[in-house]
Every structure is written in structure tokens, then in C-alpha cells.
Design a protein around this ligand. Structure first.
Ligand code: AKG
Ligand code: FE2
Length: 142
């Protein structure tokens, strides 16, 4: 998936696969998330925003898992802000262990481009409720 975030765009905190150790109603089979950033090389995260913010696990590790769809806790502190710098590749686990969000883009006229590829567990069928979302399908000149 290629995504373009313009001025003010953000992506609220979420996990890419709301799943606990392969179990749970909302499992969608995603195992590993890879994000590759492609915007202008002069992107300055301090002024332009758009960082990928990574949080700690949404459930304690090493304890019995609640495999029901788990609400995203909003009280765990951010672990790391990753600047979406040109040519940077970020990999993280898709499940409950890696909640994340995209902070708002703060520069007018800016385009934050990211290509996201999810590595899939082929044993898990794509659930009927999960359909790839199409957001803003304009072609953008770069
Ligand atoms: O663009 C990013 O940094 C992350 C995007 C993301 O979280 C997603 O597409 O699920
Ligand atoms: Fe995500």
C-alpha cells in the first residue's frame, strides 16, 4: 500500500493486526509490517511532523493472553518516534506488541509518502470483514 499524508493528516494509534498469538476474533493474518519512506530528502521531523510513534505492547508480555478483541490502551508511554526520512525502512511486528500512530504532518504543501508491505501468515484466511481500505486515490506528481 502506498499512502500519502498531506498537511494535517495523521493516523490514530492502532495495531495492524488486533490479534494475540494467532488467536482472537480480529486476527487478519498480518505478521510483520514494513514501512518505507519516500518523501523529499529535506524532510525535517522537528518542523514537518509526520513521525511514526511506536508504543509498548498493549498487553503485558509473558502473561496469559486475552484473545478477545482488545481495546487499545491509551496510557502506555511512547517508546520511540521515528522520523519518516527518505529511504528509511522500518520493520515491526504487526500484532498487539507494536501499537503505533502517525503524528500529524505540520508543513503546508508537504507530502509524506510511505509504502507499507505486510508479511502475511498464509495459514490464516483473510477474514470477510477485512477489506483493504481505499482512502485518497489521486495520482500525485512527485
Ligand atoms: O506510515 C507509517 O509510518 C505507518 C502507517 C501505518 O501505520 C499503517 O499503514 O498501518
Ligand atoms: Fe499501522
Amino acid at each position: 500500500m502506498v499512502a500519502r499524508y498531506g498537511y494535517g493528516d495523521a493516523f490514530a494509534r492502532h495495531v495492524d493486526n488486533n490479534c494475540c498469538r494467532g488467536q482472537g476474533e480480529l486476527c487478519n493474518g498480518r505478521v510483520l509490517t514494513t514501512v518505507y519512506y519516500m518523501q523529499d530528502a529535506d524532510w525535517d521531523a522537528e518542523t514537518d511532523g509526520g513521525c511514526l510513534r511506536l508504543f509498548g505492547s498493549q498487553q503485558p508480555l509473558g502473561e496469559p493472553m486475552d484473545t478477545a478483541a482488545t481495546p487499545l490502551a491509551d496510557d502506555t508511554p511512547a517508546r520511540l518516534d521515528v522520523a519518516p526520512l527518505m529511504d528509511r525502512l522500518v520493520l515491526f511486528l504487526s500484532d498487539f506488541r507494536c501499537p503505533h500512530e502517525v503524528l500529524p504532518v505540520r508543513r503546508r504543501e508537504a507530502n509524506r509518502f510511505a509504502t507499507t508491505i505486510w508479511y502475511w501468515n498464509g495459514d490464516i484466511p483473510i477474514p470477510p470483514w477485512w477489506q483493504p481500505e481505499v482512502h485518497d486515490c489521486q495520482l500525485v506528481e512527485v
